[in-house]
Design a protein around this ligand. Structure first.
Ligand SMILES: [Zn+2]
Ligand SMILES: [Zn+2]
Length: 259
């Protein structure tokens, strides 16, 4: 239940930004960085891809649906609620096999910071982020009650494994299983461009590895794997994109702390 109502309306709710290479970033500027998931839309010849679907506070699909595109596959990098809130809007949904079960459960989105414990808030607090009572500072045009995900299960229509290729016709992305943040976290790797969509395995902000389902040893292996990847740009699950140098630095920081 959301009792805080006296927030301004933000219209439009989402902001779209071209990121080059036929990629568009869709994001929610009025959501706190902790829950502000990056939605990546990739144009392909045969099908388009949307990577993650935000909190589900406002309709998303019309922003990532091109009139002449043949199809649209929604991939969840993992099943945390800030990444799958809009998944129900898409007919074709893919997730890593080990988190398929989570999509058969109702999805609940919480915006009150009091709901989250120190495994989530601590790393953000220590990195200097303010933690407000509510993780939004505005509401979408329909209001929160009208649009918040009602919690219906959204079972995957395609299960992914490490090494799977998602073929868009003129470009293809390889599924990298990157567990640690969550057991079924994946990245999508486009070798031809060196672009990595990394989900919550790597983003330029406080990384979370103490959640239920997190696994530090697995995360260490993931960081060792990412460190070797010849990326040109990393489009993460949160925060701004970055290059190889920053990725290596991030991996080294993590390995120094946890390995
Ligand atoms: Zn996550
Ligand atoms: Zn996230």
């Amino acid at each position: 239940m959301h009792t805080v109502i006296h927030l301004p309306v933000a219209d439009p709710w989402f902001v779209c930004e071209r990121a080059g290479d036929g990629i568009t970033l869709v994001t929610e500027p009025h959501v706190h960085p902790l829950l502000r998931c990056n939605v990546w839309h990739i144009e392909g010849r045969d099908i388009d891809l949307v990577i993650d679907t935000s909190l589900g506070l406002a309709p998303l699909r019309h922003l990532v649906e091109r009139e002449l595109a043949n199809g649209l596959l929604a991939v969840a990098t993992h099943t945390h609620s800030d990444h799958i809130g809009g998944l129900h809007e898409f007919a074709d949904r893919a997730v890593h096999r080990v988190e398929a079960g989570e999509l058969s459960e109702p999805v609940t989105t919480f915006l009150e910071s009091s709901v989250y414990d120190e495994t989530v808030l601590g790393p953000y607090r220590r990195a200097g982020y303010q933690i407000p009572e509510l993780f939004v500072d505005a509401v979408p045009p329909g209001g929160l009650e009208a649009t918040i995900s009602e919690g219906a299960p959204v079972p995957a229509t395609r299960l992914l494994d490490d090494g799977d290729i998602i073929d868009l016709g003129n470009r293809s992305l390889e599924v990298l299983h990157l567990p640690g943040h969550s057991p079924g976290s994946i990245g999508l790797w486009e070798e031809s461009t060196g672009i990595l969509f990394s989900g919550d395995a790597a983003y330029d902000g406080p990384l979370l590895d103490e959640l239920g389902g997190s696994d530090v040893d697995a995360y260490v292996s993931t960081m060792r794997r990412l460190r070797k990847l010849p990326v040109t740009v990393v489009h993460g699950g949160h925060e701004l994109s970055f290059g190889r140098e920053r990725l290596i630095e991030m991996c080294d920081e993590y390995l120094a702390l946890r390995a």
